[in-house]
Design a protein around this ligand. Structure first.
Ligand code: B12
Length: 332
């Protein structure tokens, strides 16, 4: 039986000879489009010496690159990412034996926990652009990788303020003008939540730190603002108590009492029914213990027209800082 595909490809073979096996191997070894990198490129990308890469492979079995037919090493994008984190951990004082071979998740945590302010300060702008472009291509792996890398490079606070917040705002705009669809927004929300959760796993309750309960009222499903705030508070030595979205007001009061919080933070978007939100806020003011402050943040907060000095309307990160500065310090 004839095979038309084979015939077509046989006809299209050019007259001049194709590349030799060695040429193909060498081209493959340096072709970033396939996300495979030669040892030389990997060394340059990660600032790790060629000999060190070979030695780790022998000693720790990592990285274990693929080989071309000619035997040259081909490192994957994941190898490069892990190696960059290993390099950061080494720069922070870890020994190779402690970090080489750990997973990217473990390394990210190590590097974050031990990093002070990242220096020199890298800029977040390329990340926002790259994530948006990956979102439009449905390249979920790239979205996750970019967010993970930005979190490590910038640190949790800058990651929230300079990456997740502007990304959400931009995706909201692109969604309302029809450039992006709801699936893009869901994808970004899920990936952002996941990364914010990883960041939170590095924090534990600090004895003596003030506590802030975070929730949204019934029918408000936007929780990313709260998840950002959770990380932001944790980096400000405040213990966040994340209750989540769509929470009945009486449950917020009960949780505020049982967790002995100093403030309750509500996130309100423009989607919220503002009259019902106002009623809930007034009810909360009456029911919460007097020493518990009430913060209302998110784009809908300012639209509520609440002029009650017991309610703090918070719209910017600076205002979040001001609100934090009013929290009492507890005796340990
Ligand atoms: C992600 C998202 C979703 C996700 C939410 C996922 C999740 N689990 O959170 C999903 C897909 C569920 C969703 C659904 C909807 N969404 Co939506 N969504 C967004 C998006 C892109 C980001 C939301 C967000 O996280 N904002 C948080 C940050 C980015 O916003 P922020 O308010 O400025 O917050 C700042 C501060 O106020 C502070 N902060 C926030 N909260 C708090 C709380 C406290 C206590 C403090 C101190 C500080 C603080 O943090 C930020 C930094 O300063 C926004 C776009 C946008 N610009 O917000 C649209 C947006 C809010 N959604 C919109 C709409 C229309 C909807 C839907 C009605 C769509 C639909 N037809 O189904 C539904 C409604 C669902 C509901 N009943 O709540 C519109 C609202 C427009 C309007 N004027 O009404 C927006 C603005 C998009 C747009 N441009 O059209 N959405």
């Amino acid at each position: 039986m004839s095979n038309p595909g084979a015939e077509r490809s046989a006809r299209s073979v050019p007259d001049r000879p194709g590349p030799t096996a060695a040429e193909r191997a060498s081209a493959e070894a340096t072709r970033p489009a396939q996300e495979r990198y030669s040892i030389r490129v990997t060394s340059r990308l990660t600032s790790i010496e060629l000999d060190t890469l070979r030695m780790w492979e022998r000693r720790y079995g990592f990285p274990r690159p693929e080989r071309t037919s000619g035997g040259s090493r081909l490192y994957s994008q994941a190898d490069v990412e892990a190696l960059k984190l290993i390099k950061r951990a080494l720069d922070q004082g870890y020994r190779a034996g402690e970090v080489v071979g750990k997973s990217v998740a473990e390394l990210s945590k190590l590097v974050l926990v031990s990093s002070q302010a990242p220096s020199p300060a890298p800029t977040a702008t390329p990340t926002v652009a790259t994530v948006l472009s990956a979102l439009t291509r449905h390249d979920l792996a790239r979205v996750r990788a970019e967010l993970r890398q930005a979190a490590v490079m910038l640190g949790p606070r800058r990651f929230v303020v300079e990456v997740v917040h502007p990304l959400c705002a931009r995706v909201g705009e692109l969604w309302s003008d029809g450039t992006l669809e709801v699936r893009h927004e869901h994808m970004l929300s899920e990936c952002s939540f996941a990364q914010l959760r990883v960041l939170m796993s590095a924090y534990e309750d600090r004895p003596g730190a003030p506590r802030v309960l975070l929730a949204t009222l019934p029918d408000e499903r936007h929780g990313l603002g709260l998840a950002m705030l959770e990380v932001y508070l944790a980096t400000s030595h405040v213990t966040p108590v994340f209750l989540g979205v769509d929470t009945p007001a009486d449950q917020i009061v009960k949780a505020a009492r049982s967790h002995e919080v100093d403030a309750v933070g509500l996130s309100v978007t423009l989607v919220s029914d503002l009259d019902s939100t106002k009623r809930h806020v007034r009810w909360l003011l009456a029911e919460l213990p007097r020493r518990v402050s009430l913060w209302v943040g998110g784009a809908g907060g300012a639209e509520l027209g609440l002029h009650d000095e017991a309610v703090r309307i918070v719209g910017t990160w600076r205002e979040v800082d001001e609100a934090i500065s009013t929290l009492p310090r507890r005796a340990t």
